[in-house]
Design a binder for this molecule. Structure first.
Ligand code: PEP
Length: 256
């Protein structure tokens, strides 16, 4: 059985002070959730404070990106080791905004996945077509390219331990969620490719999260599908109560 992973991607929102206030409230809202791995990814500058505020709770902290070198003359970049020491246990890699706005390539994503694993972080590798690619019928071809490039060179054990976040074009930040059936279809395809290219053990273990306008009202339906193992949540994760309800599978009663 795969434990669902639900992660908040805060993007470039919240200061250090706002982060600490959020985590203190959020951790008490989700303290009784024991069947979901819960992750918050704040901006780099807040990771240490977030990890401290989340200490001894069921909330893990993630980076939103990393660079593949350990150290060096790479102004503005942050390594896996630095993230880990600051208190992160995971890291988002290849988010669509990184790919589209910062020109990250599949090759970069591959190096970042490797660097994360080598540095002791669990990568959440994002894949997903753009709206244009979706409308021209390229969805599965884009997913195939991103998955094969991103995972190339990784072992069965390594692939088993990572998470893949599928964020379909047109669903991110738009309020237009994919239907649960569409998400299931794409995730089944991704798992099938992992089975073909890496093997059954990795395919059965890898968590495939859905990302794109997840809210308390649709979280349960999406995550009830067999190949949807959690969610990567942008906008709705900025509110602690809304994110807690998503974590609890959209069940407001499960949130204290
Ligand atoms: C995202 O960009 O990772 C994302 C899922 O955003 P949203 O939930 O706001 O669509």
């Amino acid at each position: 059985m795969r434990t669902p992973l639900v992660a908040a991607n805060w993007k470039m929102y919240k200061t250090v002070r706002e982060t600490v206030v959020y985590i203190k409230e959020f951790r008490s809202l989700v303290k009784d959730v024991d069947d979901v791995e819960i992750v918050v990814a704040p901006p780099f500058v807040s990771i240490a404070a977030a990890a401290e505020a989340a200490r001894a709770s069921n909330v893990a902290i993630a980076g939103q990106d990393l660079y593949w070198e350990k150290e060096g003359a790479f102004t503005g970049e942050v390594s896996a080791g630095m993230l880990r020491e600051a208190g992160a246990g995971l890291v988002i890699v290849g988010h669509s905004e990184r790919r589209a706005k910062f020109a990250e390539t599949d090759r970069d994503v591959n190096r970042k996945v490797k660097a994360a694993i080598d540095g002791g972080l669990v990568p959440i590798m994002c894949v997903g077509e753009t709206l244009e690619e979706r409308e021209s019928g390229q969805t599965l071809a884009v997913l195939d390219r991103q998955i094969s490039a991103g995972l190339e060179g990784r072992t069965v054990d390594q692939v088993s331990s990572i998470a893949i976040a599928d964020e379909p074009g047109g669903a991110r930040g738009t309020g237009r969620t994919a239907t649960a059936a569409q998400a299931q279809e794409a995730h089944a395809h991704i798992r099938g490719r992992v089975r073909e290219w890496v093997g059954s053990a990795a395919a059965d273990a890898v968590r495939i999260m859905y990302g794109g306008s997840v809210k308390p009202a649709n979280a349960r339906e999406l995550m009830s599908r067999p190949d949807v193992d959690g969610a990567l949540v942008g906008g709705a994760s900025l509110d602690p109560r809304a994110f807690a309800e998503i974590v609890a599978g959209g069940r407001p009663g499960a949130v204290k």
